[in-house]
Design a protein around this ligand. Sequence first.
Ligand SMILES: [Zn+2]
Length: 439
Amino acid sequence: MKVRVQIIVEADDDSPPSVHEVAQVERTDLHVDTLGLHLTEAKDLRQNVQEVVVAEQVHRCLDEQAACLACGRPRRHKDATTIVLRTLFGTVHLRSPWWWHCVCRPQPTRTFSPLAAALPERTTPELLYLETKFSGLISYGQSASLLAETLPLGRELHATTVRRHAQASAERLEDELGPEQPMFIEGCQAEWDALPRPDLPLTVGLDGGYVHSSQQRSRRDGWFEVVARKSMPSDGASKCFGFVQTFDRKPKRRLFEVLKAQGMQTNQQVTFLTDGGDDVRELPLHLNPQAEHLLDWFHITMRLTVLNQMAKSVRSRDNPNLTTELGQELERLKWYLWHGNVFLALQTITYLQLDADCGDDSSEQRKLSKAVAEFGGTFAPTQRRYQAMASGFGPARPFPARLSSQPSIRWSASAWSRSNRCAGHRVGPICSSRSAPAS
Ligand SMILES: [Zn+2]
C-alpha cells in the first residue's frame, strides 16, 4: 500500500489551485512497528509541508509589493541575498530581493528588501519558546538534543545557541517587566466591589534557602539566598518560581506579575504563607487588599526544635535544673503560639531569655540567648494576632482538614484598608488559630 500526502494551495484570486506532493508512505504487513507514521517520516512530512507553506507565503508577500503601492509602477530589481530562518520544522533559505524604491514619493532609503522588513528575526518565536522552556527544565545541551530528536530542525542545534536564545528571551522579559513599586494596591473599596466575582482563594507559599559554593573558603564566602515560591490556585495548575533576593531588583513586581498571570483580582482572597523571616515577610505586603499573611507552622516548630536542642547544652552552676526549666518554657511557648496567644508567647520568650542568661557564660548560652531573641523578633513587629498554619508546599505534613476552616477572629487587609487606607498605616495582619497541635 502506498499513501501519498499532497498539499493543495488555494489562492485568494480565481487562479487554479496548485498541488504539491509532500510525502509518500509505503506499508505492507501490519505490525506494531509499521503502524502509522515513523518519527523520521513525520519529521520529513513536517519539513516538506513547512517548505511549501513558507514558499507560498513568501511568493505572495513579494507579489503584493512587486509594484509601487502608490502609482502601480513595477519596482526595479537591484540585488538579492539569502535569508536563513530557523523554524520549528526546518531551516528555510529564502531568496530575498532588494528593490529600488519608486521615485513617485520621497523615501528614507533608495532601496529596500520586503522580506528582510517582514522577517527581522532569524528564529521563529515558537522555536525560541521551546528552547527557553526546555532549557529551564534541563541543561542547554540536553535541550538541544531533545529538540533535534523530535523536530526536523534542519541544522545542528548547539547548546550555546540554546543558551544564547534563553538569555535573550530572559532579557526581553526583564525589559518588559514594569518598575518596582512599594505598593501594588490600586483603587478603592467601591471599585473592588464592582469587579466581577473572583475565583476561589489563592495560596502563595514563600520560603528562603541558602546555596553554598562548593569551593567556599570561609563561612561567609560564596553563598547566596534563594527565595522559592509556590502559588496554588484552588482550581488550576500551581506555579513555582524562585529568585535570588540580593540580586533581583524587582522581587515584589515579579511576584505581583506571577499572581496577576494566574488571574488574581483585587477582590480575590490571597493567603501568603511565610516562615516569618524579615525578607520573605516584607515581600508580599501591599500586593492585594484582601491578602492574609500567615506564618507557616512547620518553620515555627523547626525553630523550636533547634532551640530545644540548644537548651539541652546550657549548664548553670547555680541551677542544676536549668535545662529542664528551659525545655518546659519552650513547650509552653509552643503551646501559646499554636493557640495564637502572642502576648503570653512574647512573655515566655522574655522569661526564656532571662533563664538563658542565668546560665554559665559559655558559647552555648550566648547562642541560645541570641536564637531566642531572633525567634521573638519574628512575632514582635506583628503583635496584633498571628496564625500558625501547616502548609502543603513544605516538607511538613499536609494541610490538616481541621485547619482549613479557620476561626472567625481574622484580621484581614480589606478591613484595614476600609478603615485606615488613607492614614498611611502599614498592612501587617497576622491572625489566630484555635486548634490544638496534632503533635
Ligand atoms: Zn510609485
